[in-house]
Design a binder for this molecule. Sequence first.
Ligand code: SAH
Ligand code: SF4
Ligand code: F3S
Length: 473
Amino acid sequence: MKKLYIETVGCQMNLLDSELVVAALRKEGYELTGSTAEADTVLFNTCSVRQHAEDKIYSALGRLKDAKRAMPDKVIGVMGCMAQKDQQLIFKRAPYVDIVVGPGQLHQVPQLVREAREKPGEQRLEVSLGRKEGATDVIKRSHESFDPLRDPTMRPTPFQAFVRIQIGCDKFCTYCIVPSVRGPEQSRPPSQILAEARQLVSEGCKEITLLGQTVNSWRHTEEGVAWRFSDLLRGLHDVEGLERIKFVTSYPKDMTDDVLEAIRDLPKCVKYLHVPAQHGSDEQLLRMKRGYTIAEYREMHDRAKRWMPDVAITSDFIVGFSGETEEQFQQTMDLVRECRFKNSFIFKYSERPGTKSADRLPDDVPDEVKRRRNNELLALQNEISEADNHRFLGSRVEVLVEGPSKKAAEEGDRLQLTGRTMCDRIVVFDGNRRQIGQTLPVAVYDANAHTLFGAVVTDHVGPEVFSLAGSVG
Ligand code: SAH
Ligand code: SF4
Ligand code: F3S
């Protein structure tokens, strides 16, 4: 058995890509190890969305220098978005790296690793074409990602899986590197997506998460039939045995009535929307080229809440983008206060070479101001998340049990478990291993900003649990 160490940063696309690469390498006789020292092959699946994500990988590579000297036939590979972005620069900064592979060439990893082992010292670079390096069709083909049969053991859990429905992005928000590293937006054919969902369900999968950078912009014409995202949701809803359908990330402008109607009307659709607003000021949204105004975002948000009062909406925000004034930042605070998001991911603006904003807009908000605004927004969001979670005290939620909680303190058969509600809230409760993978009713008796705490409701203990809920809540 050869040993593989793989480290993944970035978004769910990268998690899925790593899963597929591991599946391919297992077929070549690899097993996973958690130690770089012991590994025959070390792979990093990288992200370029912020400087910090890149720094992390370059310093991990730095730490491998001596290990490579001690064990020269250890194959070191850099895959994913930073591989596509930095290409030869990676060999320059870390000359002992053997292979650099973009997200569109991951199917070549087993062969590249084999070649690197056979001919040590020969570096291999396989990446896609840049956005201006050829005819559109040729560029698109060079970015096609691979979705072969997967390794069930690499899934988040045996009953949850990611399904890629769209690759790339054509929105070109001025701050964002994704359109250049992941290439043109392409939607996968519905027949392929449905076949993959059926296959996953036949392997015991109960929940699938559809992935795309602007997942609700998905559309595809197949055999003369034009499918919208809402049609795909309906198609997936008909897959027998599938219990939950999730999708990330949604683009505000494409949250059309047919999409909201489908989510509202289809019981298997999770009532959870991740629709990043990015900013609360129209001037900043324009500089970011997001393609909507705050009034339009607010209208979409209110429509979703009106149609589905229980829907949980989450957002991403960038603070300290070029030219952001204190007043504009306060408009972001206002938007968060008004929309009361279930959660927000908050990022300090990080200038990315090659993007429109790096070329044309100064990165002029000092880092300490970015940090202060980040903390201020985070504190506000945490307050809202906590109050929002407190609404659940004393209520009963349906939880798909994912597995032992992070701090699972096992006591005999009892085990602390974690799972999620239909609106994507994390619930922690005591249970046992047999309950993993089941959907159970849980009574909530405590909550903080990120987690609900509860107890499984069984018919004979129901009243006790509710009196417990009453006493703690
Ligand atoms: N496709 C998704 C987001 C992909 S990147 C969307 O459009 O919403 C995930 C998040 O990273 C973005 O929502 C944004 O908030 C943040 N982000 C992207 N580029 C960034 C940059 N240059 N600096 C800081 N944050 C950034
Ligand atoms: Fe980046 Fe904008 Fe595309 Fe999202 S929609 S991936 S933020 S360019
Ligand atoms: Fe990062 Fe690439 Fe995802 S840049 S956020 S890993 S698409």
